[in-house]
Write a protein that binds this ligand. Structure first.
Ligand SMILES: *[C@@H]1O[C@H](CO)[C@@H](O)[C@H](O)[C@H]1NC(C)=O
Ligand SMILES: *[C@@H]1O[C@H](CO)[C@@H](O)[C@H](O)[C@H]1NC(C)=O
Ligand SMILES: *[C@@H]1O[C@H](CO)[C@@H](O)[C@H](O)[C@H]1NC(C)=O
Ligand SMILES: *[C@@H]1O[C@H](CO)[C@@H](O)[C@H](O)[C@H]1NC(C)=O
Length: 338
């Protein structure tokens, strides 16, 4: 017991020191990192520091951006290790930018932004070979998209570019050639539908719970009480299905614990590629879940089933494949040894 007591004291002490290191980091990033290294709380390698920043727990995102933007050779190495931690494979450029720009706050200085966007473009092209002729194309288009975000969503900009103008503006940027119009259209629509969001600085937001989601993507969800279809960003993690209005939202609109639920494919007269989460052997029982009302109150959900529509048959299959391990099989299926 005594030994345990000592161990607890040690753990408590280290936790306090980590908390202090984070505070120091938020005031002066370099000093914070130095403190953590000197106290054996962080290894002095760019990979470990990058991991620490990527997790970002309790860290001010402005401070993360400042540290990553520094010109120092070591900071540049950390920046590259940090970018490597981002997985952009199969994401379009806007989706990748959303993820990237959410992990820190872009500093104000042009040179810092430049270094970061260059690292981003390199990583994007590495993950998505063949989408662009060169890293430069990706870099230039990334800037065009960030500007488009401002033009479309800043109320002070009165002259909103149309998709045709956006396409015209990006003529010839692919090493002299044009990018596929469909690609530019998709990127434009994505930004139009959802602006980039600035991450908040508080350390205890929910986003870091979703580091390594088992799966995430857009799906349509049929309402419980009001039978309308809403597009939601779903994240499968921690044995729960979370859904958000925007990919960058801090708070989910709803949480569905998967315990005791089962899954089945269903036909819907209005939407394709549907599946349902349901309680086996049950008709009227409401599924234990919660959601946020428009006014911010958290209330119990009112679903006897969750009916969900995927964009394509392939995505439906994928979702079912990923969800199944978390679900309980219906008794008959268990009996059949399925
Ligand atoms: C995108 O636009 C929104 C709305 O004007 C703004 O708050 C945000 O800072 C912009 N994001 C970037 C990366 O410029
Ligand atoms: C994060 O750091 C910036 C710059 O130092 C500061 O303006 C902001 O208030 C900090 N945010 C929090 C939540 O401490
Ligand atoms: C799942 O079922 C068990 C046994 O009936 C029950 O104790 C538990 O609360 C259920 N969990 C949820 C999330 O409904
Ligand atoms: C849930 O929906 C049913 C009808 O679908 C309704 O009778 C009931 O009042 C609803 N419950 C809540 C808590 O809204």
């Amino acid at each position: 017991k005594c030994k345990n007591g000592n161990l607890n004291t040690v753990i408590e002490f280290r936790n306090k020191q980590v908390a202090m290191g984070r505070k120091k980091f938020n005031m002066d990033p370099k000093k914070g990192i130095q403190f953590l290294i000197e106290n054996d709380l962080l290894k002095n390698t760019c990979e470990d520091i990058a991991q620490f920043l990527y997790k970002g727990e309790g860290l001010n995102k402005t401070a993360i951006g400042d540290y990553l933007g520094e010109r120092d050779e070591f900071n540049i190495q950390v920046l590259h290790a940090f970018v490597e931690l981002h997985e952009f494979t199969d994401l379009n450029l806007v989706q990748a930018l959303r993820q990237f720009l959410w992990s820190f706050r872009l500093p104000g200085e042009a040179q810092k932004i430049d270094r970061m966007m260059e690292a981003f473009a390199q990583r994007y092209c590495q993950c998505n070979n063949g989408v662009f002729q060169s890293t430069d194309t990706c870099y230039v288009l990334s800037f065009a998209i960030i500007m488009l975000n401002t033009s479309l969503h800043n109320p002070n900009v009165k002259d909103k570019p149309t998709v045709e103008r956006f396409i015209a503006m990006n003529r010839g940027i692919n090493d002299g050639g044009d990018l596929p119009e469909e690609l530019l259209r998709n990127l434009y629509e994505s930004i139009k539908n959802e602006p980039f969001k600035i991450p908040e600085d508080d350390g205890n937001d929910l986003t870091h719970t979703f580091f390594n989601p088992d799966r995430e993507g857009w799906l349509l969800k049929l309402g419980g009480r009001v039978k309308t279809w809403k597009r939601r960003w779903f994240i499968l993690t921690d044995n729960c299905l979370y859904y958000f209005e925007y990919t960058t939202d801090k708070e989910p609109r709803g949480i569905i614990p998967l315990e005791n639920l089962s899954i089945r494919e269903v036909e819907d007269s209005k939407k394709p590629n549907c599946f349902e989460l349901y309680i086996p052997d049950n008709k009227d029982q409401v599924i234990k879940a919660c959601k946020t009302e428009a006014d911010g109150r958290v209330v119990e959900g009112n679903h006897t089933v969750y009916r969900i529509s995927a964009p394509t048959p392939e995505e439906k299959e994928e979702w079912i494949k990923f969800l199944e391990p978390f679900l309980s099989l219906a008794p008959t299926e268990k009996f059949l040894g399925k």
